[in-house]
Ligand binder design. Structure first.
Ligand SMILES: Nc1ncnc2c1ncn2[C@@H]1O[C@H](COP(=O)(O)OP(=O)(O)OP(=O)(O)O)[C@@H](O)[C@H]1O
Ligand SMILES: [Mg+2]
Length: 287
């Protein structure tokens, strides 16, 4: 018996095999996500993050290797993916690819309707999901998804995913295009969904600060391979190593790494402003 919600083993994905454009985007990726766990997924542009995300709910199928969702293996082709889609919700990197109905209400209702739920429950789920993402149904239900700003569209797409009430959310760059307040609100919502509903999270981001606030563990991809899978605090202090993989450590990690070279070590090494404040207060004897 496995206790993993997501279990990926030796996954290979080749785009357009046998053509001049053939591209091995994933090259033997293995990882697990436990129920209720939050995992960060990072890596340079083109390292394979979105490809991996799309395998987590069966949107792409393995060229080699396997993907199991709640113990069930996703078939190489065909098969009924209803259970997988209800378990794992995927927020696409480009939310405009995810919105297509005439009104926001219809869009968010699309998934629950496909689950064959009764109309009253669909309405309840739509209202709840729109509320959660800060687009209250009273103001937004009748709006066209195409008349929304980029940030609103991203939140609308997330509402559509949340309306499925999945046990695991896979989010591809969820804060891209949001203003700082919108980004913070989204990160807080995700933390709350995890805490209150025990949702698992897989969060793709280039913003290490965002990941540090949300997840305990991080997987780093490089050229379609896993080059790091460890507690995020450990990885974020390896500033040079992150740079080698196209990532940038949080400003405070870089600061403490520089000071450490000059013999001034901050312990515990801070990642956030409030952690830095605590360490510095101690150092400066401000109590
Ligand atoms: N539909 C596709 N057809 C062919 N090649 C693709 C396709 N999608 C992605 N690729 C290639 O696969 C590799 C991995 O792409 P992927 O989109 O997974 O990277 P990523 O890590 O998500 O990058 P980014 O940070 O820019 O979003 C890249 O080399 C890309 O060019
Ligand atoms: Mg991507």
């Amino acid at each position: 018996m496995s206790t993993s919600l997501l279990e990926i083993f030796d996954l290979v994905h080749v785009y357009m095999p046998g053509t001049p454009f053939e591209r091995r985007a994933l090259d033997g990726v293995s990882l697990r996500v436990a129920p209720g766990e939050a995992l960060g997924l990072a890596g340079a542009s083109g390292s394979g993050k979105s490809t991996l995300a799309q395998h987590m709910n069966g949107l792409l199928r393995p060229t080699e290797g396997s993907v199991r969702v709640d113990g069930l293996e996703i078939p190489r082709r065909g098969g009924d993916l209803g259970g997988v889609r209800a378990t794992v919700g995927l927020l696409f990197q480009f939310p405009e690819q995810q919105l297509f109905e005439e009104t926001l209400e219809q869009d968010v209702a699309f998934g629950p309707r496909n689950l064959g739920l009764p109309p009253a429950e669909i309405r309840e789920r739509v209202a709840e999901a729109l509320d959660l993402v800060g687009l209250p149904a009273s103001r937004f239900a009748g709006r066209s998804p195409f008349a929304l700003s980029g940030g609103e569209r991203r939140r609308a797409a997330l509402a559509g995913v949340l309306a499925m009430r999945p046990r695991c959310l896979v989010l591809d760059e969820p804060t891209a295009g949001l203003d700082p307040r919108g980004a913070t609100a989204l990160l807080e919502l995700l933390a709350r969904l995890r805490e209150e509903r025990g949702m698992s999270l897989v969060v793709i981001s280039h913003r290490m600060e965002d990941l540090a606030r949300l997840v305990e563990r991080m997987v780093v991809l490089s050229h379609g391979r896993v080059v790091g899978d460890a507690p995020i605090r450990e990885l974020l202090h390896r500033t040079e190593w992150l740079g080698d993989h196209g990532l940038e450590a949080p400003a405070l990690s870089r600061l403490s790494a520089r000071w450490a070279q000059e013999g001034l070590s901050l312990e515990p090494a801070p990642l956030t402003v409030s952690e830095a404040e605590m360490v510095l207060r101690g150092r400066l004897c401000l109590g």
